[in-house]
Design a protein. Structure first.
Length: 384
């Protein structure tokens, strides 16, 4: 992973991707000519940008697949790379994600054709009135927060406490963009965006890149590689039957996708939420972190506020959520985010996370969601 930067302050997207790939290869002890396939994730770039980026590392004729799955793009690239290795199609596969973003809130790029989010936006319009003054994405996830409040009486402060926690964790992460502590009072007094969301409860757009090398156990043994972290289980889900027909905004922004992906992962791994020490989850806005606690089974439905107030989501609690500081502190370069989460959990499971190290980390859970929709949940573990 390379440090994320504000829009307008980064290098070009292909340069960032090249740097992340070279760091990953060096870390793995693998040369590029040993890579048999590559998956390149990005949202805001032209087709075959993956080739342009990877050709800077080497031109070897391997299959390069370009991936775009909205905010879950990086994890989708990882998912595809893992499938190829697990299926025995390839023994050494590269996943890279990168993004060079514009400043300001996310919005629709094309205004001359039908929207890809039509089903979600139609249901959103049925559930809540459109606010022309509120950011597009804030209305979606803020609506999810309002839905949770209506169901369970969740306070506005519960969401704000997540931002305070994120900055506290980020203070120990040199890769985080925002590392300065922040108080709950400052969070709640910042500009109101929508529902319970204020400005300090929204992740900023950033530019960056991250990459991972995946190898089979046989490849690692043959080449004498130190590979202490494994993908124990992984699932990719899309919107469920009924998501846009009944229920509220929590379903529209991915609650069902996350719950089902987590169920599949726990069932495949024979591991439950209580066995997990570190979690990197998709905190694009604080409501998404809060509802994801319940979707991932970290705490029972309706108990997220108490989980936060009891500090079960931080060091000394049941799970350390977003020890990196999360998207709220690192920013969110869409294609790179999922692989940056992979980077953080890999460091945690290796015991290389320095001052943010989660004690006794044996399992790390990753959650990355994109509207439209797709959700990837990955369970990383220390290899036996």
């Amino acid at each position: 992973m390379i440090p994320f930067t504000k829009p307008g302050q980064s290098e070009d997207w292909d340069v960032m991707a090249e740097k992340a790939v070279r760091l990953a290869l060096a870390d793995a002890g693998v040369s590029y000519d040993q890579v048999q396939q590559a998956y390149a994730g990005y949202v805001y770039a032209d087709s075959t940008a993956g080739q342009s980026a990877l050709y800077r590392v080497g031109i070897t004729g391997i299959p390069i697949v370009n991936v775009n799955n909205n905010c879950s793009t990086g994890s989708t690239a990882l998912y595809l790379a893992r499938q190829m290795v697990e299926a025995g199609v390839a023994d050494c596969v590269l996943a890279v994600g990168f993004e060079q973003m514009l400043p300001g809130a996310l919005g629709m790029v094309f205004d001359d054709r039908k929207r890809t989010l039509d089903l979600a936006l139609k249901r959103q319009d049925e559930l809540q009135q459109y606010d022309p003054h509120a950011p597009f994405a804030a209305q979606q996830f803020g609506g999810g927060g309002l839905d949770h409040q209506a169901r369970y009486g969740t306070s506005d402060e519960a969401f704000g406490m997540i931002s305070v926690k994120a900055r506290r964790h980020a203070a120990n992460n040199p890769m985080a963009l925002f590392r300065e502590p922040i108080t709950l009072e400052e969070v709640m007094a910042s500009k109101h965006l929508y529902g319970p969301i204020t400005r300090f409860q929204a992740c900023p757009p950033t530019c960056g890149a991250a990459a991972a090398v995946l190898v089979s156990p046989a490849f690692a043994a043959k080449h004498g590689l130190d590979a202490p972290v494994e993908i124990v289980a992984q699932a990719l889900t899309t919107d469920m039957p009924g998501t846009f027909e009944d229920g509220g905004m929590m379903r529209v922004v991915g609650y069902d996708m996350a719950k089902e992906a987590a169920r599949q992962v726990y069932e495949a791994a024979g591991v439950g939420p209580d066995d997990i020490q570190a979690v990197e989850l998709h905190d694009c806005f604080t409501p998404n972190e809060l509802i994801s606690y319940e979707a991932l089974g970290l705490t029972p439905e309706g108990t997220a506020e108490q989980y936060i107030r009891d500090r079960q989501n931080t060091y000394g609690g049941k799970h350390v959520t977003n020890p990196s500081g999360g998207l709220l502190s690192k920013g969110h370069p869409l294609g790179a985010t999922g692989l940056a989460q992979c980077y953080e959990l890999t460091q945690q499971l290796r015991g290389n996370a320095d001052r943010r190290q989660v004690e006794g980390a044996r399992f790390g859970l990753q959650h990355n969601v994109g509207l439209g929709g797709a959700c990837v949940v990955t369970l990383f573990g220390r290899a036996a």
